[in-house]
Design a binder for this molecule. Structure first.
Ligand code: GMT
Length: 379
């Protein structure tokens, strides 16, 4: 990447899990470090995607001291304290927090504390999805989220749909920039893994795949229902990547629909691009989805997507071009569309090519510049 910018010391506050906001924040930090910035990740655990270190990448773990009085240990307070410490010791120049709750309010508290020492640090908040569309709307969180958005130095949302949701449900008096999620093509591309494909689908079955945190909002039981209909027409297998609270319910649905022998639960996986490289169709029937980073990862590996039309998904998936969109819960149509794509080889190849082309709109090189320019504007 031939980009050259002012060198910055950037603190990134994130969730360390495999969830989209943590993945995006980690990939952003890694990309910023590659163009010469110094990046300090701050979280309660080492981020799942932080699989390599460079001399200009640092990780700071937030330790939450326990005390018998606390039924709920105050993470936000511990985080704010840690941010103050790192800003001072590492001389951070900018804080970028991912997922509003509680990262934005913790960063703004740290900013106030630092002001007392005459240290001024801008806070950039990136809204990712459920912090706005689900959790953030809870009456007990809403005033804090609204205040945090209004008082950040810059705010971004990962899709136009998420920006619109934010303006509709919160009391916002400021500009929100849309900077879409991105994909790193040096990692996510279709790799020749024929032996692996043969092991999963020895009889040339089509491989359908879904990856998520298995929360209710992802409607993974719809994934099973779509697959059940598809495999009645087309010889197919289903790979489920990830884990979460809905896992046992999903296993039950598999038993009820009698498809267990064709469904493989792979659990949480790091080298997701290796698995996507052997897959033929990605299923994402979510109730809500502000962007759908997992769909973009699939598209970069030339896998078309069958999804719901919730939230920002229409900004990533072009109906009839690199997949199909349907109303939430319309498993019949989703299955019909899946069969349409998979049942004709030349059509399937066309959808594969379109998926890669659409993914290229979200190339890291294009999107990274937007973040760097935003940082420079608030510094
Ligand atoms: O999915 C979640 O529960 C929250 C969040 C996360 O941390 O994974 O996901 C959101 O952020 C991703 C990255 O920006 C988006 O790609 C996902 O669409 C979004 N999830 C939802 O809106 C449900």
């Amino acid at each position: 990447m031939e980009l050259c910018y002012i060198h910055m010391r950037i603190g990134i506050v994130l969730y360390p899990t495999f969830g989209g906001s943590g993945v995006l924040a980690t990939e952003l930090g890694k990309a910023l470090s590659k163009i010469g910035h110094e990046v300090h990740f701050i979280s309660y655990h080492q981020p799942a995607r932080l699989d390599f270190f460079m001399e200009n990448i640092f990780f700071h773990e937030v330790i939450i001291p326990q005390y018998p009085l606390f039924e709920y240990a105050p993470y936000e307070t511990a985080l704010a304290g840690k941010i103050v410490d790192i800003v001072k010791s590492a001389k951070l120049e900018i804080l970028h927090v991912h997922y509003a709750i509680p990262h934005a309010s913790a960063a703004l508290l740290a900013k106030q504390i630092l002001k007392e020492d005459n240290i001024h640090i801008p806070v950039v908040t990136t809204l990712h999805g459920t912090d706005i569309t689900l959790v953030g709307r809870e009456a007990s969180y809403e005033p804090v989220v609204s205040w945090s958005i209004n008082n950040s130095d810059a705010v971004t949302a990962v899709s136009h749909s998420l920006k619109a949701d934010t303006l509709e449900h919160f009391h916002i008096r400021r500009e929100i920039h849309v900077i879409p999620n991105f994909i790193d093509f040096t990692r996510f591309n279709k790799k020749p893994r024929e032996h692996f494909k043969k092991a999963i689908a020895p009889n040339q079955e089509k491989i359908l795949v879904h990856t998520s945190n298995f929360r209710k909002v992802k409607r993974v039981d719809d994934v099973i229902r779509i697959f059940e209909i598809v495999q009645n027409s087309i010889s197919a297998k289903l790979l489920l990547i990830g884990d979460g609270p809905e896992r046992s319910h999903i296993e039950k649905v598999c038993r009820e629909l009698n498809v267990c022998d064709k469904v493989t639960f792979l659990g949480k996986q790091e080298a997701i691009e290796e698995i996507l490289s052997v897959c033929d169709l990605f299923l994402l029937p979510s109730e809500r989805e502000s962007f759908g980073l997992s769909a973009l990862e699939a598209m970069a590996c030339e896998v078309p997507v069958i999804s719901s039309n919730a939230g920002g998904l229409p900004e990533v998936i072009e109906d009839g071009v690199n997949g199909f969109l349907s109303n939430v819960g319309d498993v019949e149509k989703m299955a019909k569309d899946a069969i349409y794509i998979l049942s004709d080889e030349s059509r399937f190849t066309h959808f594969r090519k379109n998926s890669l082309m659409k993914a290229k709109e979200f190339d890291l090189a294009k999107i990274l510049t937007q973040y760097v320019e935003l940082y420079e504007s608030v510094l």
